[in-house]
Each structure stands twice: as structure tokens, then as C-alpha cells.
Design a protein around this ligand. Structure first.
Ligand SMILES: Cc1ncc(COP(=O)(O)O)c(C=O)c1O
Length: 404
């Protein structure tokens, strides 16, 4: 049910599919992938997949593990030594102290979202999520038939949640609050004091917080995305979700994890077991090397994105396209509608006329069609080239609207 899968549109297909999987807005990425397939030399700033290679020592660890017979299922919750490394890694970066038996290793953090949703939400329970936000959380809630409560953020708070925004959406059915910090698609960071206020509210109103910290090590300037479960009284009501995909450029290895309170984890672990049996053994060995090996590769990756971020932002400034201040992750969320056409139309034109792929914010549940996400997943020369192509498309749009 990925967004790139061909949607079932026939009447017969609709009759046979469950209503809960007839998702809205699933066509945009498919359509853009189709357009791109027929074009030469497309600059892809769409997906959140770093162009960087996995660091060499991690690749070697994966190869060695295969040679040594890591070709079997592992413990369903993940290899014990990897779970220990995860626990140590969370604590090393200021997070809560978990026991390895309260950690589950999953095929990417993505699957964890569905396990958590299935494990926590009954139909009608309310899941609060920032919008724009990371769309699979919306899909997970839809599958469970929970009620999705979208908390709209805007440029006024640099697209970050505040406790007051959350409070305004709480009802007696509110059960789970999703925090994604740094945010995707917005690339913004919730300030630590605001995270503390949100957590105080979660305690007051008895919410479970799913804290998606997958980008927490990719932050810029003096921004800091604080680990939620380490805040006083939060460990017992927080599920920390993360993985190695982003910080170690390991998207294709498919290793993520979640850690949570002792009373929730056995049941959630069983759902994971039923879904996957275990996460791939070779991926787990590589993740173990990532977490226990030298960490300078993470800083190199972070710096690479930081340099690209500055280049892209300077280019957008020249084009007169405003954007949310990118403080973390590797995205710039830009108000492309400022050029005179709605964001979805801008993305279509940028692709077909400029051969640059970016994604409209609507994919991520944005309630306007003003913004688009640009991923920093190309080299600086390619970003310059993308900006030049973008300038050409902006120029064409503006000439049309002035009737020239
Ligand atoms: C906010 C966020 N969380 C989790 C994930 C899942 O990543 P993975 O499944 O590769 O661990 C992503 C991927 O883009 C993401 O953006």
C-alpha cells in the first residue's frame, strides 16, 4: 500500500477492496513517478532517501555477517546484542534508560508505526497528529479505524506544535499523540521548552506519546530535538521510535526500532512477530556496526546536509520563494505557491518542464496547497542545477500570469 503503488480505480476494485484502504490523495507521487519515467536526467529532490552511501565499515560488517552465516531468522524482537546497542545508544544521547527486553527491532521505523497503531488504537480512539506530518502515521490510523485528529501547524510557529495547539484538540477519546521531531516534511524542530510543555499536557490528559526521533541526530545550528522519554514522568507513557536509515544513510538495509513501557511492549512485540517474524539478520548486523562503531560518519553526513541546506536556501531566497526555517532532518519546506500557482501544479510543472522532482505538501496532510518539500538528497552542483531549472519554470509561470 505504498504511495507509489498503482491505485485500484475500477468500480470492481473499489467493491472488492476494504473501505479502509481506499485512501485519499495517493495518486500524486504515482503520477510524478510516471512523468519522471519518461524524462531524461531528472534531478530528484523528492524521496527522503539520502544519496550518500552507507559508511564503508558498516557495509563490511554486513558482508562479514553474511559470510559468517547470518542468513536465518533472529530472535523475534531483534538480536540481543543489537537491542543492547540500541539501549546504550539511546542513553548516550540523553534518552531514557531502557531494558533490552523493552526494545523491538523492526524492518524500518515505518513498520513500527503500524504495529504501534494496531496495538494501541481501537476504532473511534483519537490519534492526534501534527499536519503537515509524516503521512504513514495517517495511513496507520486509518487502517485501525481510529479517528485522526489533525493539528494544523503553520509558518507562524515555523510549522512546529505548541502545547496550546494540542490542548485545543484534546477530547475524552484522545489516546495517542504523535511527535515527529525534527519534523518531516517541514524540517523544523520543536524547541525543548515547548516539548516539555507538551509532555506536561500529555501527563495531565493521560496521553501516550509516540516520539519519532529518527532525525534527532541531524540538527543544525544550535537546535536540539530532545528525547521525550527522558523527561520526568514520561518514560511510562512514551514509545520512542527511531532507526538507522537516516543518520547512517542506511535506508535500504531496513532496520528501525521502537522502545516503550514494560506493560505495552510484550503485546506490541507479538504484533511485530506476526508481521515479520524478525528483521533481516544482515541488516541487524550492519545496524549493530553502525551503533557500536565510530560515530564521526554521522557528523559527516550531518555536515553534508547542512552545506546543501545553505545552498538550497540561498537559491530560494534569490527566487523569492519563502520557506520554513530548516532546523533539522534533510528537508526544506518551501512556499512555492508564492510563484503564482498552487503547490501541486508547481511540482507537476517543475517536473515536466524543469525535470526536477519535489513533492507537494498535500502528500503529507498539508491542509493548504501552498508548500512543497525539497529533499537535500543531491550534491551541491546538482542542487545549483535544480535551482537554475526552477528559475526557468518560475519565470515561465510569471510571464504567463503577467500575460507577456
Ligand atoms: C519521520 C519519519 N519517521 C520514520 C521514517 C521511517 O524510516 P525507516 O522505515 O527507513 O526507518 C521516516 C522515513 O522517511 C520518517 O521520515
Amino acid at each position: 500500500m505504498s504511495a507509489t503503488e498503482a491505485p485500484a480505480t475500477s468500480v470492481e476494485g473499489r467493491r472488492r477492496l476494504a473501505k479502509r484502504v481506499q485512501l485519499k490523495d495517493k495518486h500524486i507521487i504515482t503520477e510524478m513517478m510516471d512523468i519522471a519515467a519518461d524524462l531524461p536526467d531528472v534531478i530528484k529532490l523528492g524521496r527522503g532517501d539520502p544519496d550518500l552511501d552507507t559508511p564503508e565499515h558498516i557495509i563490511r560488517a554486513g558482508q562479514a555477517a553474511l559470510g559468517a552465516g547470518a542468513t536465518h531468522y533472529t530472535h523475534p524482537m531483534g538480536m540481543p546484542e543489537l537491542r543492547q546497542a540500541i539501549v546504550d545508544n539511546i542513553a548516550a544521547y540523553g534518552g531514557a534508560r531502557y531494558a533490552p527486553e523493552h526494545v523491538v527491532v523492526t524492518p524500518g521505523g515505518q513498520q513500527a508505526m503500524f504495529i504501534i497503531a494496531l496495538g494501541l488504537l481501537d476504532p473511534g480512539d483519537e490519534l492526534l497528529i501534527p499536519c503537515p506530518g509524516y503521512n504513514p502515521y495517517l495511513q496507520a490510523a486509518e487502517l485501525t479505524e481510529a479517528k485522526l485528529v489533525e493539528i494544523r501547524t503553520s509558518i507562524e510557529t515555523n510549522f512546529t506544535l505548541t502545547a496550546e495547539m494540542v490542548r485545543a484538540h484534546i477530547t475524552p477519546r484522545s489516546k495517542v499523540l504523535i511527535l515527529i521531531n525534527p519534523g518531516n516534511p517541514t524540517g523544523t524542530v520543536i524547541p525543548p521548552d515547548e516539548v516539555e510543555r507538551i509532555c506536561a499536557l500529555a501527563k495531565e490528559r493521560d496521553l501516550i506519546v509516540v516520539s519519532d526521533e529518527i532525525y534527532a541526530r541531524i540538527v543544525y545550528d544550535d537546535n536540539k530535538a530532545i528525547p521525550v522519554a527522558a523527561l520526568p514522568g514520561m518514560q511510562d507513557r512514551t514509545i520512542t521510535l527511531s532507526g538507522v536509515s537516516k543518520a547512517y544513510a542506511m535506508t535500504g538495509w531496513r532496520v528501525g526500532y521502537f522502545a516503550g513501557p514494560p506493560d505495552l511492549m510484550p503485546a506490541l512485540a507479538e504484533i511485530h512477530h506476526a508481521f515479520a517474524i524478525s528483521t533481516s539478520a544482515v541488516g541487524q548486523h550492519a545496524a549493530l556496526a553502525a551503533l557500536t562503531g565510530p560515530q564521526d560518519c554521522v557528523e559527516e553526513i550531518r555536515q553534508t546536509f547542512d552545506e546543501r541546506r545553505k545552498v538550497l536556501c540561498a537559491g530560494l531566497d534569490e527566487l523569492g520563494i519563502p520557506y520554513a526555517e530548516p532546523q533539522g532532518a534533510f528537508y526544506v519546506y518551501a512556499k512555492v505557491a508564492e510563484t503564482g500557482v498552487e503547490a501541486t501544479e508547481f511540482c507537476r510543472r517543475l517536473l515536466s518542464e524543469g525535470r526536477v522532482m519535489i513533492f507537494p505538501g498535500r502528500i503529507y496532510g498539508d491542509y493548504t496547497d501552498h508548500y512543497a518539500r525539497m529533499s537535500l538528497t543531491q550534491t551541491i552542483p546538482r542542487i545549483h542545477e535544480a535551482l537554475e531549472r526552477m528559475a526557468g519554470v518560475v519565470d515561465a509561470i510569471q510571464r504567463e500570469s503577467s500575460g507577456a
